[in-house]
Design a protein around this ligand. Structure first.
Ligand SMILES: NC(=O)C1=CN([C@@H]2O[C@H](COP(=O)(O)OP(=O)(O)OC[C@H]3O[C@@H](n4cnc5c(N)ncnc54)[C@H](OP(=O)(O)O)[C@@H]3O)[C@@H](O)[C@H]2O)[C@@H](O)CC1
Ligand SMILES: [K+]
Length: 497
């Protein structure tokens, strides 16, 4: 029996800028001074810059808060190491306060005027204008400098986040210059993983600045970056005593007009380790399925009553509907019949679109474990929430009562209780026709083996991305199943190491 994993303290926790402020204050209450954290933060950035680039002239752009304070520490370290350093400050030294004022007073050189000219001759720019304290869109001199950074082909190291990037949402407020390297502190922020933020951060390093992990107790993070660390401990590896029904059976609804999509789902469920997979084939096209499939069983049925008869077999613990199902009343009835069984159900593609005119009917029918896997278009047919991707997926999960996996290059998996995971390992080649059908299969296969919906969705999304990365360029959706064994073997080796 797999128990729900607890991963509040995981290194994969993500903190919003507000939570990071709470973490900083809790660290101070626990005896780690803000000054020490700022020294550690600036020191870590200086080390990262020195490791990435050979010594060259550097311009450090400092903002009026603690992000700028970090910048002064970077400047001091690089200068001490012999780098030619120019510092430009937004505002005046007199307006700085607290730790930032203290580290600024340790910078004895003249400040460069805060104009684009300060970037002349720079071989690298350290962007320390705004971090967690970004409170509005960039304008005036700050926006002018950021635009100047964007237009010069000089590498940029961002302190905490590229200035102008909202760490909570991944959105740009006014302007932000794309960095080659971003050094953040203690834990990543959602904005590092959500687009467009992700594309602006370059490589991301997380530096330890002495924040005690125990500060997470009070914060109780409920957002994570996806990774094996979240679910590998509960992964349903085959065990000596497992027999096929113990590993669950997945029933996949086959479509009438399009037969390839549900076949890929069925094969993927099988590869992901379901003990048995049955494809429910409409009688008219049964022979197509029967010829094409070997390890997947093919059962023919006719109409809603035929489908209900297949559902009646209690060994079929997971039902997957959507790929190639067709949009319309019949699919709605198939979905309703499946949800009435209160078994684990994965709803994708046409199973979702079929409810575009009456999403409430779908939400009302969800009364058991259910995972929905919409892409953006399907999502917008069912849900009408504003906000960033995290907020929208969370709101949708709360409204529908299902685990909502909102697909994309920054797939978000949200649970009705507010927990959310952002997937970050999907390579661009995964955006290919049919890859969603395979994902539905992976998730179904993991559910069949006893994972919870949230974990199956997270693990499914991750192995899906890892399989695409393992295959490389030239990927078509069918290839994903073929490389899955290699991904699983590597995961297993990681666990055994
Ligand atoms: N102990 C700690 O806390 C540690 C924190 N650390 C570091 O501190 C960073 C957070 O520092 P922070 O909270 O001071 O916020 P920060 O990002 O510097 O910006 C606030 C300033 O910017 C201003 N401002 C905002 N938006 C603006 C805009 N659009 N245009 C113009 N001005 C704007 C804002 O003005 P205000 O809104 O008050 O008018 C205020 O003056 C964090 O990212 C990390 O790098 C590390 O050193 C480790 C220890
Ligand atoms: K910054």
């Amino acid at each position: 029996m797999i128990t729900e994993l607890k991963f509040e303290h995981s290194e994969l926790s993500l903190l919003t800028p507000t939570q990071m402020g709470d973490a900083d204050r809790a660290a101070e209450a626990a005896g780690v001074s803000g000054a020490a954290m700022m020294e550690a933060a600036g020191g870590a950035v200086a080390v990262a810059v020195g490791e990435r680039w050979q010594m060259r002239p550097v311009t450090v752009l400092c903002g009026p808060g603690n992000n700028g304070g970090d910048g002064f520490v970077v400047a001091r370290h690089l200068s001490a190491a012999g780098w030619p350093v120019k510092v430009a400050l937004l505002g005046s030294r007199e307006k700085l306060s607290g730790d930032a004022a203290r580290v600024a007073s340790m910078w004895k050189d003249e400040l460069a005027p805060f104009t684009p000219d300060s970037l002349d001759g720079a071989g690298v720019i350290v962007d320390a204008l705004f971090g967690a304290g970004l409170s509005r869109a960039l304008d005036g001199q700050a926006a002018i400098l950021v635009e100047a950074m964007k237009s010069r082909r000089v590498p940029i190291c961002a302190v905490d986040v590229p200035s102008g990037l909202d760490g909570a949402s991944g959105r740009v407020r006014g302007a932000a210059a794309p960095a080659d390297l971003t050094v953040t502190f203690f834990r990543k922020k959602p904005g590092h993983l959500l687009y467009p933020g992700r594309a602006l951060c370059g490589d991301i390093l997380v530096a330890d600045i002495g924040t005690p992990v125990s500060v997470l107790d009070a914060i109780g993070p409920n957002t994570w970056e996806n990774g094996p660390g979240l679910w590998l401990g509960g992964y349903p590896w085959p065990e000596p005593e497992s027999y096929k029904y113990k590993r669950g059976e997945v029933l996949v609804l086959g479509g009438e007009a399009i037969t390839g999509a549900s076949r890929m789902t069925a094969l993927a469920a099988s590869r992901a380790g379901a003990g048995m997979v049955t494809l429910a084939a409409p009688k008219a096209v049964w022979s197509i399925y029967a010829t094409a499939l070997t390890n997947v069983m093919v059962d023919s049925f006719e109409g809603v009553s035929g489908w209900q008869a297949l559902l009646a077999d209690k060994r079929r613990t997971v039902i997957a509907i959507g790929p190639g199902a067709g949009v319309g009343t019949l699919t709605r009835r198939y979905v309703a019949a499946a949800l009435a069984m209160k078994r684990a159900t994965v709803l994708d593609a046409d199973a979702l679109t079929s409810f575009a005119e009456a999403p409430e009917d779908l939400f009302r029918a969800i009364d058991g474990p259910c995972v929905m896997t919409p892409h953006d278009g399907e999502f917008m047919r069912l849900f009408h929430f504003e906000g960033d991707k995290l907020e929208r997926a969370r709101a949708a999960a709360r409204q529908s009562g299902a685990i909502v996996l909102l697909k994309g290059s920054d797939t978000v998996i949200a649970a009705p209780d507010g927990r959310a995971i952002i997937n970050s390992n999907a390579p661009p080649q995964l955006a290919t026709g049919g890859s969603g059908d395979v994902l539905t299969g992976f998730i179904s296969g993991l559910l069949a083996q006893g994972m919870t919906g949230f974990e199956a969705a997270a693990a499914g999304a991750w192995i899906h991305g890892a399989a695409a990365a393992e295959f490389g360029l030239g990927l078509v959706a069918e290839d994903l199943q073929g490389v899955l064994p290699r991904v699983l073997q590597k995961l297993r080796a990681q666990l055994d190491a």
